[in-house]
Design a protein around this ligand. Structure first.
Ligand code: NDP
Length: 315
């Protein structure tokens, strides 16, 4: 049978390109989990995705209620779940003040990490029941959360500290809006959320891979300098960033190519290993990359997991 893949944030950028690539292969039915139904429908049509190759379902990761409703609706659809891709993200580099999710958590960590954390935990049960030969749970990471790289050393650097802000509820009142308890910084909040994504993937692997056989993976798809992720950046940055990545760092990757990379992590028979952070070299060949010390800290992953479970109401 066709595989069923759920992709969050499939209304633009990497998520859309991945949805298109998988739908076109004919091997996958793609569930596009998006906060803006109309935008997703228009994007799928504009990308030329064939009717019937995809379904759009409502999911706003800035609300834990919405996450639960998405899971209920997915279960009612009667489809099995074979692969889940946690792709959606927001990046607010120019924000001076934090904004908050419906549940009162700082938006970048709330959407990118906590919303996905709840979603992945709830849908794990559905994946366990699937009879698909290669089930995978993928969380999109980023080089920016990895301080062992050049890009990861551009200030403000990612760092979760002793997690005091996260443990305090990231509400900007009784606790800081930042995981490490520091002053709000929108760019850092994004990077921190990406470390949480990579730690979560590894903790899933440690807790559930042996028991379930599900492969847990993360990836850095390359710098896709043209996506909506940079929509809140200053205009000059948006103008110069793509050529800078193309000609200076040479890390630039097109949306189409990045979509093919993520589609490989979903479906390629050679990318089944669990607990891996995938990257691609300049010839577009995949390899297992190294995470930074903090992004591979098992004790920290466990702590982030336990605090996150409380914040999303799983314990
Ligand atoms: P885009 O901004 O193009 O896509 C992000 C997607 O997330 C959009 O579909 C957006 O929906 C969705 N989204 C945002 N907030 C929510 C929410 N509250 N609920 C549901 N969906 C939401 O960015 P990219 O394609 O670049 O980013 C995709 C992933 O790739 C992210 O995880 C990012 O961290 C990662 N990444 C990107 C890199 C890059 O260079 N661009 C590099 C490394 C990693 P909407 O269309 O409604 O806004």
């Amino acid at each position: 049978r066709q595989g069923v893949v759920v992709i969050t944030g499939a209304s633009s950028g990497l998520g859309l390109a991945t949805a298109k690539s998988l739908a076109e292969s004919g091997k996958w039915h793609v569930v596009m989990a998006c906060r803006d139904f109309l935008k997703a429908e228009k994007a799928a049509k504009a990308a030329g995705m064939a009717k019937g190759s995809y379904t759009i379902a409502h999911l706003d990761l800035a609300s834990l209620d919405s996450v639960r409703q998405f899971v209920d609706a997915f279960r009612r659809s009667g489809r099995p779940l074979d692969v889940l891709v946690c792709n959606a993200a927001i990046y607010r580099p120019t924000a001076r003040k934090p904004t908050y999710t419906a549940d009162g958590y700082e938006m970048s960590v709330g959407v990118n990490h906590l919303g996905h954390f709840l979603l992945a935990n709830l849908l794990l049960d559905d994946m366990k029941q699937s009879d698909y030969p290669s089930r995978r749970l993928i969380i999109v990471g980023s080089i920016t959360g990895n301080t062992n790289t050049l890009a990861g050393n551009v200030p403000p650097k990612a760092g979760l500290g002793d997690l005091r802000g996260l443990a305090g509820g990231l509400d900007g009142r009784s606790s800081s809006a930042m995981i490490d308890g520091g002053e709000f910084d929108g760019a850092k909040a994004y990077k921190d959320s990406k470390i949480c994504n990579m730690l979560t993937m590894q903790e899933f692997h440690r807790r559930f891979h042996e028991e379930t056989g599900i492969a847990f993976a993360s990836l850095y798809p390359g710098c896709i300098a043209t996506t909506g992720l940079f929509r809140e950046h200053v205009p000059l940055f948006r103008l110069l960033f793509p050529p800078f990545q193309k000609f200076i760092t040479k890390g630039f990757v097109s949306e189409e190519e990045s979509g093919k990379r993520l589609a490989q992590v979903v479906s390629d028979p050679s990318l089944t290993k669990s607990g891996v952070y995938w990257s691609w070299n300049k010839d577009s060949a995949s390899f297992e990359n190294q995470l930074s010390e903090e992004a591979s800290d098992a004790a920290k992953a466990k702590k982030v997991w336990e605090i996150s479970e409380k914040l999303v109401g799983l314990t």
